[in-house]
Design a protein around this ligand. Structure first.
Ligand code: ATP
Length: 350
């Protein structure tokens, strides 16, 4: 930790990023006062608008500030009209994952009381699983590396033993603290790469007799996440599969506005909502800040000292209480905007 204060680098980013960040910082400041957390927030510029204005989406200076911070809190980055020279989206959040070795994308999917699910089954209220998305390799490894010619394109999936073993260790450690079940999501019936991945997870499973281990094909899991999502606990998976399944799973608990995430490595971590910059609603003050507020709770857990962990618990309870007491954001058909949602969570603290 840097000095007495705990340094949090804040990258609000683009689109609804700055809106949900402002609401989240207000909540964290109120929580910080209650628990004397000693957090210091330093804003930095990165993202598509930064690229437009300065020619770089993540400057060396900002990267170094992130690297030396105790934690990184990120809103959302990217903008449809602003692209890199090769036409791809600007995604400094992906650069951060790769450069800081943030291989474990932890994406909790938890039903919040009072938030409607598209599933009619009352058990939808018990959904509480975590998608553990490998975040540095898989098919995303090919980003900026693939071959594109007029006649064919080729993008390659790559997984390494070092990252896969660490992902497996992380999966079983997380599951041991939860309901004790790991279900690896893969495509081992078609690709040898995934049979290899299964082998690594099966090996790790031997060291955790307290955790039940099984595996499922990703296509079957897409169906089961609609049919019986309440049965799953910890779902580790490849990067691209995790990208897709985490949006699907977010839909089960009210949408992207309710899905937090943490990209964690052995040294560093970035906490950000699972959603993107939502250009369709940006600038209107109507984005739901819950995903980012819950990501901030994950950050407090990760910082790990006793007052932080208590504050994280209190923050999650406050979110639940705010919705149970009638908070209804626009994405679930209510009238409450971004700032009002933040105020209601602050009012529910304690
Ligand atoms: P990316 O590819 O950058 O991850 P995406 O394609 O998944 O982004 P999002 O920006 O996450 O797209 O938006 C998907 C949909 O969810 C949009 O209709 C958007 O308005 C909605 N959405 C995303 N985040 C929120 C939020 N915090 N509050 C309300 N609606 C949201």
């Amino acid at each position: 930790m840097s000095g007495n204060a705990i340094e949090v680098a804040v990258l609000a980013g683009d689109g609804i990023g700055p809106e949900v960040t402002e609401a989240t910082l207000a909540v964290l400041e109120a929580l910080g006062r209650r628990h004397a957390l000693g957090l210091r927030f330093t804003p930095h510029r990165a993202g598509a608008m930064a690229y437009r204005d300065t020619g770089t989406d993540l400057s060396d200076e900002v990267f170094r500030a992130c690297e030396s911070a105790d934690a990184i809190l990120l809103g959302a980055m990217g903008w449809p009209g602003i692209r890199a020279a090769d036409g791809t989206e600007l995604a400094p959040q992906i650069t951060l994952r790769q450069r800081l070795d943030l291989y474990a994308g932890i994406r909790p999917i938890r039903a919040i009381p009072g938030v409607p699910s598209p599933l009619a089954d009352p058990r939808a209220g018990c959904i509480d699983c975590v998608i553990l998305r490998e975040s540095t390799e898989g098919l995303f490894w090919s980003k900026d590396r693939g071959t594109v010619t007029d006649d064919y394109v080729e993008e390659t999936l790559r997984m390494t033993r070092s990252v896969t073993e660490r992902l497996a260790r992380r999966a079983f450690a997380l599951a041991a603290k939860r309901r004790g079940r790991v279900t690896l999501v893969d495509k081992a019936n078609v690709f040898r790469a995934f049979a290899w991945m299964r082998g690594i997870f099966a090996e790790e499973a031997k060291a955790h007799p307290e955790v039940a281990f099984d595996a499922a094909y990703v296509d079957a899991m897409a169906l089961d996440l609609l049919r019986r999502p309440w049965e799953f606990d910890l779902l580790p998976t490849e990067n691209m599969f995790g990208d897709i399944l985490s949006d699907l799973a977010a839909g089960l608990i009210g949408g992207m506005g309710f899905a937090p995430s943490a990209d964690v490595g052995d040294e560093h971590a970035v906490f950000q909502p699972s959603h993107g910059t939502a250009p369709d609603i940006a600038g209107q003050g109507i984005a739901n800040p819950t995903a980012m507020i819950l990501s901030a709770a994950m950050m407090l857990d990760w910082l790990g000292e006793a007052p932080m962990i208590e504050a994280a618990e209190e923050l999650r309870r406050a979110v639940d209480r705010a919705f149970a007491d009638g908070l209804r954001t626009r994405d679930i058909g209510g009238a409450h905007g971004t700032a009002e949602a933040g105020r209601r969570v602050i009012a529910a603290l304690g």
